[in-house]
Design a protein around this ligand. Structure first.
Ligand SMILES: *Cc1c(COP(=O)(O)O)cnc(C)c1O
Length: 734
């Protein structure tokens, strides 16, 4: 790091400027080189398109770490001082994501910065975030607009107009009315810089913000909340903002990507608009009259050659279907004709299926785990041959807790783990190393104490709030009188946190409270169940799941003689996720197989050495390793389309919960039985050894890289090759 420090003014060494603003994070030289590559039409580069990106600075911020380490608090330049202060004292959240898809996008982009991939990302900025979750024990989830100030967030910059630096850079994005008349909308562009851990590479994320005076009211409103689904029109407007904003944003910024990666189909409108561009080049402004179906197909083939597409879920709600009239209200009728010619209509003929369009127009399609690949092939038999698997991962530098990082740092076996998580494979040699096991236990205890303290503080605060507001705290334990702390550190802690949607079955283990309590009573020791997660505000069934969990608390407490303590933590975000995955002893996941395409929170746990207790679905079908890394339960039938139903009776509550009650006593015994404690620790070590090298986004990026057709320096290629050696996602049998 020494070479970064430039004489008397170390802040200057990480300051960079161009016509669009002043930024901190990398040197001017690094900034210029990356920017030049991304804007050079003769060079290859990637554009990553995602409806959401989750990358909160409170869980990973290498710039803050650098400033703290070097003791930098200010700079000569006032603007730069403000930027520094924002990193040191600014808000830790950028609430511009809803869950797994966004966090994955953020993790992938962070790993792309680590792996030095020439890439820019495009997403939207939501001025009211996703939503802020308050939970009341009677009413269940209550949603509020998220209040946040993008202009104060560290690493997020409103780009300035090069012609007039007092104004923001704005782009215009055409929408259309029913008569194909143009309705212009406008967006400002924010840039979030994803800087790597060595501060010598970055990935810019450009977030389009349509909530400005130059946009019509209905577009401004649609721009405020991620996945606002108050109407079909709002939903399609959001998709159009993303897909329609790409070409104007690239023009304004000078980006010249050779490949576009669609992270889910949300941005697929860009495919339509690129086809239109090619036809306009060929036929001029009268392309709509002159182009025949063959011309559309030829243009689509050319566009397909630039598109990489990742499908993320077999669940219906994840696929956009819009009827003709809704589409008509925002898009030019010629785009409808393209959709027509591409065969992206639903069987009933009245609606467009955006997933079909994305499936058709690309040069590479992948699913996000092996099992999900097999499901996707059945869902889209016409494309079965081309659907491959690249199993998801997580950004290990974000998700490994500080205590675990210190542990890895203090053993030579792990030297270099930050750059290459493949070195985690060497953990296997430490299974019998008492010094390592002792340190591991200490790190785990410290992380557990931190989590339990957080939860206890929350319970106490809720109790105080009850006296001040009308909110009834969501936890029975907040109401319980008594001295001392509600939860004790060191007791078996089972974590469950993810979006609350029907197929994830957050309430599965509460089917039979006596069966759940039995092994706990048998051991006579308390067990903590810590749950968290948001349900989409319009998902009534999802919200009901939260209420069910709340409603179980008292009953479970009583039936277990006060030993089973079930707590719900509101406001799930990346910070809470990080506390939970490292501080739990067991990470629980109970989705209906095969609807969990991948799942990533279990990987975060695994990288901290925390065993999973999960349905054999998504990534766990690959990470389970015959019981060496955790436990499985539930049905394991081969996948078929009938299993995709989300009807209550198809969700197999009875079968899968019974299977859970069979394995749960094993888990409790492995934790409590002094003679079996060794097994528990061995599982922890084997998670690091077997799952660490595989389920990280450096490996994921290494698997995508050849698909992007990028010219990369030899050293980068070699490094990606080494990362790929740790895993081949697309192998037929796990
Ligand atoms: C990791 C993460 C998720 C995704 O968890 P899954 O297990 O994939 O459902 C969702 N939300 C947050 C805040 C996360 O950190």
């Amino acid at each position: 790091m020494e070479d970064l420090i430039d004489g008397d003014n170390p802040a200057e060494s990480i300051t960079c400027r161009n016509r669009l603003g002043t930024f901190i994070g990398v040197s001017q030289d690094v900034f210029d080189r990356i920017w030049a590559r991304l804007t050079d039409a003769k060079s290859t580069s990637l554009l990553y398109v995602s409806m959401e990106i989750g990358a909160d600075p409170d869980v990973f911020n290498p710039i803050r770490s650098f400033l703290e380490r070097e003791g930098i608090k200010a700079a000569g330049d006032k603007t730069v001082s403000t930027l520094i202060e924002r990193h040191l004292k600014g808000p830790g959240k950028i609430p511009n994501y809803s869950g797994g898809l966004g966090v994955l996008a953020g993790d992938i982009l962070k790993s792309m910065a680590e792996c030095r991939i020439p890439v820019a990302a495009i997403s939207l900025l939501y001025s009211h975030g996703y939503f802020s979750q308050v939970v009341d024990s009677q009413l269940g989830q209550i949603s509020w607009p998220e209040q946040w100030a993008p202009e104060k967030a560290p690493g997020l910059y409103l780009l300035r107009s090069p012609d007039d630096p007092s104004r923001p850079l704005t782009i215009t994005v055409p929408f259309y009315d029913e008569n194909d008349r143009e309705v212009p909308a406008a967006a400002r562009i924010w840039m979030k810089m994803e800087v790597n851990s060595r501060l010598d590479y970055f990935v810019p994320e450009f977030l389009l913000d349509f909530d400005i005076a130059a946009s019509p009211g209905w577009i401004r409103e649609a721009a405020r909340n991620l996945y606002d689904s108050t109407s079909q029109k709002v939903r399609i407007t959001q998709r159009r903002m993303l897909g329609g904003g790409i070409i104007p944003a690239c023009r304004a910024l000078g980006l010249t990507p050779s490949t576009i990666h669609l992270n889910e189909q949300h941005g697929v409108v860009v495919v339509l608009l690129q086809i239109v561009e090619l036809l306009r080049e060929k036929f001029g402004d009268r392309y709509a009259e002159l182009a025949g179906d063959e011309d559309i197909i030829t243009a689509a083939d050319k566009v397909a050659d630039r598109i990489v597409y990742t499908i993320h879920t077999p669940v219906k709600a994840g696929h956009d279907v819009f009827d003709d009239t809704t589409y008509r209200a925002v898009g030019h009728s010629f785009c409808q004709r393209i959709i027509e010619v591409m065969g992206a209509r639903e069987a009933d003929g009245r609606a467009f299926n955006m997933t079909r369009l994305a499936m058709k127009v690309n040069r590479f399609t992948n699913s996000v785990s092996r099992l999900h690949r097999d499901v996707t092939r059945r869902q889209f038999p016409d494309y079965a041959d081309k659907i491959t698997a690249i199993t998801n991962g997580v950004h290990h530098l974000t998700w490994i807790s500080e205590k675990r990082a210190e542990l890895f740092d203090s053993f030579d076996e792990f030297s270099g783990w930050r750059r290459d998580p493949g070195v985690f494979a060497r953990a296997e040699a430490l299974v019998g190393n008492q010094r390592f096991l002792t340190y591991l236990k200490e790190a785990w205890s410290a992380d557990n104490r931190k989590l339990i303290k957080f939860v206890n503080n929350m319970l106490r605060e809720h109790r105080a709030q009850m006296e001040r507001t009308w909110i009834i705290p969501p936890n029975y334990l907040s109401m319980l009188d008594g001295n001392g702390e509600p939860l004790e550190p060191g007791t078996l802690t089972i974590g469950f946190a993810r979006r609350f949607s029907t197929y994830k079955r957050a309430d599965l283990i509460f089917e039979d409270l006596d069966a759940l309590a039995a092994p706990i009573i048998a051991h006579g020791r308390p067990v903590n169940f810590i749950f968290a997660g948001k349900a989409h505000p319009q998902d009534e069934a999802g919200k009901k799941l939260i209420k069910t969990v709340l409603d179980c608390q008292e009953e479970l407490y009583r039936r277990s003689n006060g030993l089973a303590r079930l707590v719900f933590v509101p406001g799930y975000d990346m910070y809470i996720a990080k506390l939970m995955v490292a501080g739990s002893h067991v990470w629980l996941n109970s989705p209906k197989r095969p609807l969990e395409a991948s799942g990533t929170s279990g990987m975060k746990a695994a990288l901290n050495g925390v065993p999973n207790l999960s349905i054999l679905d998504g990534w766990w079908a690959e990470g389970y390793h015959d019981g060496r890394t955790g436990w499985k339960f539930g049905q394991e039938d081969p996948v078929d389309l009938e299993k995709l139903s989300e009807e209550r009776k198809a969700l197999l509550y009875r079968q899968d919960s019974e299977s859970f009650y069979q394995v749960f006593p094993e888990v409790v015994a492995a934790f409590h039985d002094p003679e079996r404690r060794g097994e528990f620790l061995e599982m922890a070590v084997m998670n690091i050894a077997l799952n660490g090298p595989r389920f990280n986004t450096n490996r994921v990026v290494a698997e995508y890289a050849p698909r992007y057709r990028l010219d990369l320096p030899r050293a980068t290629m070699n490094r990606l090759e080494r990362l790929r050696e740790h895993y081949r996602s697309d192998e037929m049998n796990g």
